[in-house]
Design a protein around this ligand. Structure first.
Ligand code: PAF
Length: 296
């Protein structure tokens, strides 16, 4: 019924920048027994975010989307400086998607005091992005735990493109005792297979033309592996195939257990095996992943 009315009239979305106002509204929703879906984002929204919001809209009474470019998760100042900022466009998109609250705070509102919390999440946070971007996951946990506390969601939605981030957030939730549901949604891709990412707008036209080779190669590596190639051979083939493009350079490719994120050495090591890659496309860092084995 609510959905029907949404089609007839655009229900006003509330844009909130204050934590106390957000907490107040959340308390009211909870008193009314409403389920709350949280979609955390850093803005520069694209169809990948939209798919998370649409899923939350289908599953929850109230949808809250946070749009906050979290400085504490950027270990590279230049990446933060050049990260696209499209607040007005983001708000318009969220309103069209029927979001109830867009939470768009300032840095001072979120961090009135520096956040000195240090999360120790063990091996899951130490490999791959954790090793390449020191402090990154600590910053992610700082902001995500704050957002969880402000919104007390029934479900929170994350995209599978950031495969390791999901594992890290699950580990954080276990440590801190959050017991609500995390919903993960498939990576959304351009027609040519490139994973949608806010950073894609920074690709030069020439690099943009070759970047789809990342996912093409990852997909082809499933057949390569099936032709009796070992994990190490598959790894080396992926790296060599992508590095053959002068415009791209693999930072890491790891074939890992899908839960612990620790490297596997044999296809029999686990019944859930995922390949996680980071590639420098010019000076833009793109990440992607592919599933080789998934438990039924
Ligand atoms: O995935 C992202 O966009 C960010 O890491 C997140 C989860 C919104 C935290 O800032």
């Amino acid at each position: 019924m609510r959905r029907f009315f949404r089609l007839l009239i655009v229900i006003d979305m509330k844009i909130i920048s204050s934590v106390s106002e957000l907490r107040h509204d959340v308390a009211e929703f909870r008193n009314q027994g409403k389920s709350i879906g949280l979609v955390p984002t850093m803005g520069a929204l694209h169809e990948g975010h939209q798919s998370l919001v649409e899923r939350a809209r289908r599953e929850c009474d109230v949808v809250i989307v946070s749009v906050f470019l979290n400085p504490t998760q950027f270990n590279n100042k230049e990446d933060l400086r050049t990260y696209p900022r499209t607040a007005e466009r983001d708000a318009a998109l969220l309103e069209r998607c029927g979001v109830d609250i867009a939470f768009m705070p300032t840095v001072e509102e979120i961090y009135p005091e520096p956040d000195t919390r240090v999360f120790n999440l063990g091996p899951v946070a130490e490999v791959m992005e954790g090793a390449m971007r020191p402090g990154h996951f600590n910053g992610v946990c700082q902001i995500v735990s704050k957002l969880f506390d402000f919104t007390r969601p029934t479900r929170a939605y994350f995209g599978e493109k950031d495969f390791q981030q999901i594992a890290v957030i699950r580990a954080m939730m276990k440590q801190l005792g959050y017991d609500f549901e995390i919903v993960t949604c498939p990576c959304i891709r351009e027609d040519d297979g490139l994973a949608k990412s806010s950073r894609n707008v920074r690709l030069t036209p020439q690099v943009r033309r070759v970047a789809p080779a990342i996912y093409r190669t990852l997909k082809a590596s499933i057949d390569f592996a099936a032709m009796d190639h070992t994990v190490a051979q598959t790894h080396d083939w992926v790296v060599a195939t992508i590095n053959a493009w002068p415009e791209m350079e693999v930072e890491y490719y790891e074939i890992v257990d899908g839960i612990t994120l620790q490297p596997v050495t044999s296809w029999d090591d686990s019944d859930y095996i995922v390949g996680c890659i980071t590639v420098y496309c010019g000076d833009v860092r793109e990440i992607d992943n592919i599933t080789y084995k998934r438990p039924n």
